[in-house]
Design a protein around this ligand. Structure first.
Ligand code: ATP
Length: 132
């Protein structure tokens, strides 16, 4: 299959010969193999895993939409990064900021926004620290 990950800024990944894609949708895990039934589904903020020529690879996806027709898998996301692109210190700082906001919840803090920022930071940290 072909796998393409696009954000408003750039094409983050475009690759062929992908044997399987494993993603976290808002309703749970999905595994996509060639000839998967056509599908469009919203994605959770999480690490997307895929297998290319027998090699496991990963990419962090900050939510978005996944579409497949069984030959191609495309993801449209607000942001996405390969492990090599992630700045770990920046992600740790984002996590600390989110933690501080969630600790001192008051009327000026948008709890939902802080939780999303926390999930993005934790996803980036996890991808940076785990092998595929
Ligand atoms: P921050 O508060 O550090 O900006 P964020 O979660 O609010 O983090 P996003 O809005 O998800 O950031 O992303 C904004 C842009 O910055 C995107 O292009 C994203 O790929 C990039 N980005 C965010 N955090 C990192 C990081 N730790 N390493 C590399 N790129 C990052």
């Amino acid at each position: 299959m072909k796998l393409k990950v696009v954000t408003p800024d750039r094409v983050v990944l475009e690759t062929e010969d992908v044997e399987a894609v494993y993603a976290q949708t808002v309703d749970g895990d999905v595994g996509i193999l060639p000839r998967h039934i056509p599908m469009v589904t919203p994605l959770a903020i999480d690490v997307l895993r895929f297998v290319k020529q027998g090699q496991k690879e990963q990419i962090a996806i900050m939510g978005g939409i996944l579409r497949t027709n069984g030959k191609e898998v495309s993801v449209l996301a607000d942001a996405a990064e390969l492990a090599t692109e992630i700045d770990l210190v920046r992600a740790q700082q984002a996590k600390e900021r989110a933690e501080a906001r969630l600790r001192q919840l008051n009327s000026t803090v948008d709890e939902g926004r802080a939780k999303l920022a926390m999930t993005r930071a934790l996803t980036r940290i996890r991808l940076k620290q785990t092998k595929p």
